[in-house]
Ligand binder design. Structure first.
Ligand SMILES: [Zn+2]
Length: 327
């Protein structure tokens, strides 16, 4: 069986992202040794599995949400991501939705940095969606199985080549209908020591579809120090990376309060949101896996990785340039 184009791309990318580690030369005689050490590329599998009908739209407090969580715990274990609070990846919280008290669960993990710094970067994406309505499953493939899949692919890369700074991974529950998971996380006293050393929170929400080949980076209006660093990524990004959607003067096109980065905004922490503009399937039962263009999604996930790697490398600089950035 031939390697599929996507698998081949994944393996090649893995090589590039591993810092161009020297490839083993094939032996002079016999066939080349197959590459067995590169972790399998699961970007498309992750988004497909999380947005399948049996996840029932992943509503906070639902069976579908619990099923998604089991899958994600398996993926985090597979990647070797360590728990960050109290020895468990699960971070439970209570939320109220439609007058009912519901149990939400964030998943929080850590990838250790190797640079000897205490500063950290948060990388987050919400895994919940809006569930089943009128008998129809709202699969939330772009919103936000895509952000979760992109986060896991960045995590896999950071496990292959460690970051300089600690990266706190937050798979957040209860974003839909009130940002309850991210707000519970930043309000939890147990999370405070992590928050104190967080310089920047990067939020991924809807990163897989754009007819215009665009991914937006919002947040530099509020933290201008982000701008020159982001502009360097703009030059090399494999999608069109646009800065914007963060000025209050834009009214409803200001996305500052539109996703979990708002929880960090509310406590004065620098944040960066990466995502696409709304599309006709946004919050409709047609937000399906089949509508995700693989080519764009792969380039978008790669862009996310470039942004995360760049800020990991600049975290000390950014902490000195921006207000409120860690110790
Ligand atoms: Zn969302």
């Amino acid at each position: 069986m031939q390697l599929s184009r996507s698998l081949l791309t994944g393996v090649l990318l893995a090589g590039v992202l591993a810092g161009c580690a020297p490839q083993q030369a094939p032996a002079a005689s016999g066939p080349p040794t197959p590459e067995v050490s590169a972790p399998a590329d699961k970007l498309m599998d992750d988004v497909r599995i999380l947005s399948a009908d049996d996840m029932q739209g992943r509503l906070v407090g639902s069976e579908g949400g619990a099923k998604a969580r089991v899958y994600l715990l398996g993926r985090l274990a597979e990647l070797g991501v360590a728990p960050v609070l109290g020895g468990a990846l699960e971070h439970p919280f209570q939320t109220v939705r439609d007058g009912k008290s519901l149990a939400g669960v964030n998943l929080l993990g850590l990838i250790n940095g190797t640079g000897g710094s205490n500063r950290a970067l948060v990388l987050m994406a919400h895994y919940d969606h809006v569930g089943v309505r009128g008998g129809q499953v709202y699969n939330g493939a772009d919103d936000n199985a895509s952000g979760v899949a992109a986060l896991l692919s960045v995590a896999a890369s950071l496990k292959r080549q460690a970051p300089l700074h600690d990266v706190i991974l937050a798979l957040v529950d209860g974003e839909e209908g009130g940002l309850s998971g991210s707000r519970a996380m930043v309000a939890d006293p147990a999370f405070k020591p992590l928050l104190d050393r967080t310089v920047l929170a990067v939020n991924l929400d809807m990163v897989s579809r754009s007819d215009r080949n665009e991914l937006y980076a919002a947040g530099s209006f509020h933290t201008p120090a982000l701008k020159p660093h982001l502009q360097e990524v703009v030059v090399s990004a494999p999608v069109t990376l646009e800065l914007g959607h963060d000025d209050p003067a834009l009214g409803k096109d200001d996305w500052t309060s539109q996703s979990d980065h708002m929880a960090f905004h509310e406590i004065g922490k620098p944040w960066l949101y990466l995502g696409v503009e709304d599309h006709p399937d946004y919050h409709r039962p047609t937000d399906d896996f089949e509508r995700i263009p693989e080519d764009f999604f792969r380039r978008s996930a790669k862009t996310v990785e470039l942004v995360v790697r760049m800020f990991d490398g600049r975290l000390e600089t950014l902490a000195n340039e921006s207000v409120g950035g860690g110790k």
